[in-house]
Write a protein that binds this ligand. Structure first.
Ligand code: SF4
Length: 353
């Protein structure tokens, strides 16, 4: 895993106030713009903290604003602050986030000079109606164009999606997911829409004009998206916003959970297990195998998965084996269990607790 040093430039370069966004609140950075000196100090601090792990890939990331929409002089100020670290080999590359409509060949040429290797686009949705209601100021065509230009500039592409925005239906979320798969990004982040204090969405929520997804509803939708992306070989590197006191303070409503990604993984694990056990005739038992590191995912939060299997009458149809070599997130059926009494030495029947 590379060490990613985040530098927040909240709302810098943003030509629009998107309805769901309040970067100042969630980044906890409510003072003026960061200077080149601030950037250098942040990088130095992170490198010192990470000391003792030579050879680890280090990447500086500019997040929280629309980097390529900044004035070119301002972009250069921020990029130049990292240049000495690049020259000394202390930082290997940069990544940044920006808006799809702020990508053109001229702006990308500047990024190439400072070893930017990955650009993350705030896509949110590929449904033009959802984009308009969110006040994005661009349509889905801008995303398609931006991805093509990034590819032509040999940059890696990350896409950020926000299920649960106003005007989105299950069907439009499915269309968004399919459209994103067609774009073949290198990675995806999925952040279910939250109502943040001070955002236009918070005003809509207080007036009763917006209802966020429930936590359970968001888990179901994101699990579906994750499984589609996985089937297409597209990495989902994050699900749900990073926990932190600033976010918790700014949160008005919405499907937030400090371990949202784990809830999604646990749901997917339950789905795989159910599929395998559905083929097991009543009265028979099979041996399932999971990674030794997936025990808590298999159980689910507060053993929710085990309870669900019991409700479905599937809890007594398997014994579990932990395999340190098995890839994480997978469930394998090793066939019919031969012992009729008790478990083998490395098997157990998980119980709710
Ligand atoms: S979502 Fe992106 S473009 Fe919109 S206000 Fe937030 S940082 Fe700016």
């Amino acid at each position: 895993m590379p060490l990613v040093i985040p530098v927040f430039i909240p709302h810098e370069g943003c030509p629009h106030q998107c309805s769901f966004c309040n970067q100042r609140r969630i980044s906890g950075q409510d003072r003026g713009p960061v200077s080149g000196h601030d950037v250098a100090r942040t990088v130095t601090t992170w490198l010192a903290r990470a000391g003792g792990r030579p050879g680890r890939e280090v990447q500086v990331a500019f997040y929280g604003g629309s980097f390529t929409a900044l004035d070119p002089a301002r972009q250069e100020e921020l990029l130049r602050a990292v240049a000495p670290f690049l020259a000394r080999g202390l930082v290997g590359s940069l990544r940044l986030s920006t808006r799809p409509d702020a990508v053109d060949p001229g702006r990308l040429a500047l990024l190439g000079r400072y070893r930017v290797t990955l650009v993350e686009l705030g896509v949110q949705s590929m449904d033009d109606r959802v984009l308009a209601l969110a006040g994005r100021g661009h349509d889905s065509g801008a995303v398609v164009r931006a991805v093509r230009l990034l590819r032509e500039a040999s940059l890696q592409v990350g896409l950020q999606l926000l299920p649960g925005l106003p005007g989105e239906s299950r069907r439009s979320l499915m269309r968004t997911t399919r459209a994103v798969i067609d774009l073949r990004p290198d990675m995806v982040r999925i952040y279910p829409a939250l109502v943040l204090a001070g955002s236009p969405l918070a005003r809509m929520f207080h007036r009763g004009r917006y209802q966020p997804l429930s936590l359970a509803g968001a888990v179901v939708r994101v699990a579906w998206m994750k499984s589609r992306f996985a089937a297409a070989g597209i990495r989902v590197v994050r699900m749900g916003l990073q926990a932190g006191p600033d976010l918790e303070e700014a949160l008005v409503a919405g499907p937030w959970h400090p371990a949202f990604g784990e809830l999604v993984q646990a749901r997917l694990m339950l789905r795989r297990t159910r599929r395998l056990l559905a083929r097991v005739p009543a009265g028979e038992q099979v041996l399932l195998s999971i990674s030794s590191r997936d025990q808590s995912l298999f159980r689910g939060q507060h053993s929710a998965n085990i309870r669900r299997l019991a409700q479905l009458g599937l809890a007594d149809r398997f014994a579990l084996r932990l395999d340190p070599e098995q890839p994480r997130g997978t469930v394998r059926c090793l066939g019919r269990k031969m012992e009729t009494r008790g478990q083998g030495p490395d098997e157990f029947a998980p119980a709710a607790r």
